[in-house]
Design a protein around this ligand. Sequence first.
Ligand code: T3D
Length: 268
Amino acid sequence: MAGGAPAGAETVLIKVDGEASVATITLNRPDALNALTVPMKQALLAAFRQVARDRAVRAVILTGAGRAFCAGQDLRERLQPDAAPLGIEVRERYNPIIRAMRSLPKPIVGAINGVAAGAGASLAMACDIRIASDTASFALAFGRVGLVPDSGATWLLPRLVGVMRASELALLGDSVPAADAMRFGLVGRVVPAAELAAEARSVAARLAAGAPRAIALTKRALDAAWQHDLDAALDYEAYLQDIAGRTSDHAEGLAAFMEKRPPRFTGE
Ligand code: T3D
């Protein structure tokens, strides 16, 4: 299809609000609850790579079109005779998305507008901040179709909710309503459905107004801390603070404090 949009382009939408420096990535297969097909996974990875490159974007919102956030792998596609073996699908299509999200040097706000099931729950958990609509729910539904949690779920889930709760959620696969998701630590806040988009935009705009290098380094430090003991974490913090301390944004933050005005961070 020379010159045309790549397959799956319509299943993942990117909208950049240049004024707020916020990109919104929307999973867009609402009739199938935004279940993930191969072209959609390719488009999602491309979307994260695009916002990584775009200097006008300083924060990202990930959400779903329609009544779902994402129902995970498209199960109809799995039944196609040419479906890739699961190990290949996970290694080559899911894992790069999760790696792109966690290594993105910009914060991702998950606006969880409805059900997040299977790999859809993993996508939600890979966001830096999660805000759920009061109609949202999570389901570690992998076991229901005879699969194991993937796309980072075994790593992310126990870190968010603790090992005991993670075992319960992953082994039983029960649906977790938004209020319980908040109690368990799966989301940071729950808002009425009608307010979700505005709340996500407001949080993303605040992040976008922050010091970009410091935010990127904070994200990196928090992930790295899981692999570190206290001594290593202290050393790594000192290393990153050395980098942050050399930025113009640090100087601007100090100047703004002294001048009693809001800082204007540029990412330099
Ligand atoms: O490649 C690999 O397979 C490896 C990776 C695996 C990772 C995974 O994600 S495994 C887990 C896959 N996901 C699921 O098992 C969830 C399946 N969906 C559901 O259990 C339910 O749909 C929900 C609990 C999410 C929502 O239920 P409900 O009652 O609100 O909606 P519904 O009627 O079931 O679904 C509405 C439509 O979306 C329906 O289509 P239709 O019949 O009206 O044409 C349904 O088939 C479709 N849909 C929902 N989830 C999927 C899906 N179509 C394809 N794949 C789906 N995952």
